[in-house]
Design a protein around this ligand. Structure first.
Ligand code: PHE
Length: 434
């Protein structure tokens, strides 16, 4: 049992871990397909607008609340007012539910790395993907393997586990991404992909797109689950979080754009459509890799990249329930990791099986996997972000003036935190649940 709370070795390791949390499947798997389904460049414009204006506020508030209270989520909320304890508890709960489906996708990535380096002659990747996800035992083994890798790093603690994983995997991620972008931009007709990304068609703008963009922005910035609050609680007193907030937002946005610049030129170069949904990375891209020169090497590099991003985010998701369990129940980190492994497995296995053996079980007319995705991204994350803004703005009284020099900007921050962002989140919840 650690007596004193752990803290980051330096500002850089904190930023790397926070960027590692933000940059994940949300950027490389989810962002391109959501953009593909919502009209390309115009979606990007709306998304960038939201990220650069509205998302700064809850992101900063989460980090600040962690840094000020120096507690895991439940304790942080409780220290503002004991009545908020239950609201704090929603964060680790959301973490457990998100990990139960996020880790399934992590498992698919491991499978695709193995597939890339094996001598397979697959002709129909759509059929292959469906058959693989329906095959109960291997699918569960891959989910548990990915969960095990993340829990392994987490169990080693902040410095030896989380910092180590981020220090190694984030540079690896950036190098592979840059390599793949250069490759992709040199494909014939790469220009069409760039046009799709950067030439907005204003006739396609609609309310649904705003909703999709805001949901994506919260998810990709890891807002509304306590991950940044927990990471923020390990920041030493004297370190400012204003610059870190900008760095996280800018890096996450840059990586999402880079993922698009890597993926869309390849899709257009091979004459395919970018709107195939969640299968974009697991069906459309493998189809392209199969036709490329050195396609198996490119494919392996791509999925290793995706794995690196998924692990650093996965670790940050786990950190929320780990910190809450070990600090509240006063058990060691390793024990908390073991319990968590069992709890997440108990939810993730049925969710994995919901593609095959348990496909007939539905909750709110959705498969278990889709249900977990829905209640976390459409309900719990916006709800947590809403509670956070209200508590930070109205009760903890976090003020822009404490960290923003410019009077007008700090005024905007204050009304943003107290009114604008909560109203937007309530609308998001209302439309999402309708
Ligand atoms: N931001 C991560 C991604 O883009 C996902 C995540 C959500 C991580 C919530 C932590 C908390 O993949």
């Amino acid at each position: 049992m650690e007596n004193s709370r752990p803290s980051w070795t330096s500002r850089l390791t904190f930023i790397l871990a926070a960027v590692g949390s933000a940059v994940g499947l949300g950027n490389i798997w989810r962002f391109p397909y959501i953009m593909g389904q919502n009209g390309g460049a115009i979606f990007l414009l709306v998304y960038l607008g939201l990220i650069l204006t509205i998302c700064f506020i809850p992101l900063f508030a989460e980090l600040a609340m962690g840094k000020i209270t120096k507690k895991e989520c439940i304790g942080a909320y409780e220290s503002v007012n004991p009545k908020f304890k239950l609201l704090g508890f929603l964060n680790p709960l959301t973490g457990i539910l998100i990990s139960s489906f996020y880790f399934i996708v992590g498992g698919w990535i491991i499978k695709y790395i193995i597939l890339s380096v094996s001598e397979s002659k697959i002709t129909d990747f759509g059929e292959y993907f469906t058959a693989f996800t329906q095959d109960s035992i291997p699918a569960c083994v891959y989910t548990l393997l990915f969960l095990f890798i993340c829990v392994f790093f987490s169990a080693r603690g902040i410095k030896k586990g989380i910092e180590f994983a981020n220090n190694v995997l984030m540079p690896l991620f950036a190098v592979i991404l840059i390599g793949l972008i250069i490759y992709s931009l040199n494909l014939p007709n790469a220009k069409l992909g760039l046009e799709y990304m950067f030439k907005p068609d204003f006739t396609k703008i609609n309310a649904q797109m705003f909703l999709a963009a805001l949901g994506q922005a919260l998810f990709t910035l890891s807002i509304g689950m306590g991950a940044l609050l927990t990471y923020g609680s390990y920041i030493k007193e004297d370190k400012s979080i204003t610059k870190s907030t900008y760095t996280i937002i800018l890096s996450d946005t840059l990586f999402a754009l880079m993922a698009g610049i890597m993926i869309f030129p390849a899709i257009f170069s091979f004459g395919l459509e970018p709107n195939s949904g969640a299968g974009l990375v697991f069906v459309t891209l493998p189809h392209i890799f199969a036709q490329m020169h050195y396609g198996n090497i490119v494919s392996a590099a791509f999925f290793v990249l995706l794995l690196a991003a998924a692990i650093t985010s996965g670790i940050s998701i786990l950190e929320v329930p780990i910190a809450s369990m070990s600090e509240r129940l006063k058990i060691s980190r390793k024990k908390a990791c073991t319990y968590l492994f069992l709890i997440i497995s108990a939810i993730a296995i049925p969710a994995t099986l919901s593609f095959g053996a348990l496909s007939n079980i539905t909750l709110l007319n959705k498969s278990i996997f889709d249900f977990l995705d829905f209640i976390t991204s459409s309900l719990l994350m916006p709800l947590n972000a809403l509670f956070l803004c209200v508590i930070a703005g109205w009760f903890l009284k976090i003020k822009g003036g404490h960290f923003i020099q410019n009077k007008f900007l700090s005024f905007l921050f204050d009304i943003g935190l107290k009114f604008i962002v909560p109203i937007i989140l309530i609308s998001l919840l209302y439309i999402g649940l309708k």
